[in-house]
Design a protein around this ligand. Structure first.
Ligand code: FAD
Length: 432
């Protein structure tokens, strides 16, 4: 029985980087906003893989701006600083932002509160109730049972797009063949001697990995070890343990992969201590609470961004964020990974707002890793700064739609781009 009802202007489903951006932006525009997050923390993948750098925040070495810049500056201005820009050691990636995980997620929560957003943790959106071409209500669930939210606009930032899919938005899972990128469990090694550990020329520690695999002490998929200096001195972020062939929309598969991944993390941590110079006195910490899921549904929007759009450096008239990240494909169809450049060095492209709105549902938008994109484009644009900016665009568009009493498809894109530019998002629209 549903005995709790709440009306709101904007319902944001999911409190990852996209949901954070959407909720803060809509709240700052004076909208009543409810943000539902199924887990106990904001951040989404950022919370599931603590300490993961924000990649792709500086296309052609200029920060994308907006909330990403504001959050970064807020953290960097703390004493001592809780974030910094640094070069990425991986090929074709521009600079990235590293940060103190706990201070960053705490600050994100504070920014949500300051924007007046009602954050509901441990609460899930379950079912949209569709009336004609719009979502009339969303049935939700928390420990006290079911409740219903009646929103004017829904922004799906759930990473998996369950609510959009149930509302009838077409989607594809993974690539054209249904292959989804591997899921990953991360951890930190604390107490590493950086000078010794990173003295060698090989960023992937392949020689050590090969030894571990040959001796069956490491899983065969660990041929490249992604070990990066983390924010705090002596800590190393290990983003190496990938589990393939997992459907991130299947909770049983996610649970199984989490336990399997944890086993492999412990093996890797013990191997690093025993075999890799600089790690002898280090210990494992910050093991992911669950696997980080890279890819599930890609929803069908009014337009679908393609790899060709990116390679051409397309600047859409309704461009809402600029990007130049490489094609970061992690073990989709095989054990291989790519970081191939998507665009020639020194160029960038934008993402169109129309890839964040469905064709038919008039009060629904989506942002983050469920963007309407082909497999190549998706592999390039899925970074956290881009997801946050997509969220910011949809939150801002929600206010424009509600103030103008329009459907999301009828939002004036000139007005949207002008408003985002006013909010400090750099290099938008087709003007450059
Ligand atoms: C292992 C891994 C490594 C990565 N490495 C990097 C990196 O180094 N740098 C980088 O910038 N990007 C990286 N990425 C990509 C980036 O982290 C993600 O693409 C991005 O965080 C996705 O953000 P999102 O908000 O769209 O979705 P998510 O982060 O998945 O957030 C979705 C949120 O919605 C919640 N949710 C889901 N369904 C519901 C529901 N029905 N009701 C309520 N809440 C719900 C979830 O609990 C979650 O908190 C990586 C991704 C992974 C998985």
């Amino acid at each position: 029985m549903i005995d709790r009802q709440e009306a709101t202007d904007v319902l944001v489903v999911g409190g990852g980087t996209a949901g954070f951006g959407a909720a803060v932006a809509a709240g700052r525009q004076g909208q009543n906003v409810i943000l539902l997050e199924a887990t106990s923390k904001v951040g989404g993948v950022m919370a599931f893989c603590p300490g993961m750098p924000w990649g792709g925040g500086y296309p052609v070495d200029q920060i994308i701006g907006g909330l990403v810049e504001e959050l970064t500056e807020r953290l960097a201005a703390m004493t001592p600083p809780a974030a910094e820009k640094r070069p990425c050691t991986l090929e074709n990636f521009g600079p990235e932002i590293i940060y103190d995980h706990d201070i960053a997620t705490l600050t994100m929560f504070e920014m949500l509160e300051e924007a007046g957003v009602k954050v509901r943790l441990n609460a899930s959106a379950i079912e949209p109730i569709v009336d004609g071409s719009s979502i009339k209500a969303v049935t939700c669930f928390d420990r006290n049972g079911a409740f219903q939210v009646t929103p004017k606009i829904v922004i799906d930032c759930s990473g998996d797009g369950d609510i959009s899919a149930k509302a009838g938005v077409p989607y594809v899972l993974g690539d054209e063949s249904g292959n989804m990128m591997a899921v990953t469990i991360s951890f930190h090694m604390i107490g590493v001697n950086w000078d010794v550990a990173f003295a060698g020329p090989d960023p992937y520690f392949t020689q050590y990995a090969a030894k571990g695999i040959a001796q069956r002490r490491l899983h065969p998929d660990l041929a490249k070890l992604y070990l990066m200096k983390a924010f705090h001195k002596g800590s190393v972020f290990c983003n190496s343990v990938h589990v393939r062939g997992v459907d991130g929309t299947d909770p049983l598969a996610v649970g199984k992969a989490t336990q399997e991944g944890r086993r492999r993390c412990l093996q890797l941590a013990q191997f690093l201590q025993a075999e890799v110079p600089g790690f002898a006195d280090a210990h494992m910490s910050m093991l992911s609470p669950t696997v980080g899921v890279r890819e599930t549904r890609k929803l069908q929007g009014v337009t679908r961004v393609t790899g060709e759009d990116l390679a051409r450096g397309t600047k859409f008239a309704d461009g809402i964020v600029s990007c130049d990240n490489p094609i970061d494909d992690v073990m989709r169809a095989s054990a291989s990974m790519t970081h191939d450049a998507v665009i020639e060095k020194g160029s960038y492209h934008t993402l169109p707002f129309r890839a964040l709105i469905p064709e038919d549902v008039t009060n629904l938008m989506f942002a983050g890793r469920i963007i309407s994109a082909d497999a190549t484009a998706f592999a390039s644009v899925r970074g956290m700064p881009q997801c946050m900016a997509m969220g910011q665009a949809t939150g801002t568009a929600a206010a424009l739609a509600l103030n103008g009493r329009r459907s999301v498809q009828a939002v004036d894109i000139g007005q949207l781009v002008a408003e985002l530019t006013k909010q400090g998002v750099n290099r938008l629209g087709a003007s450059i």
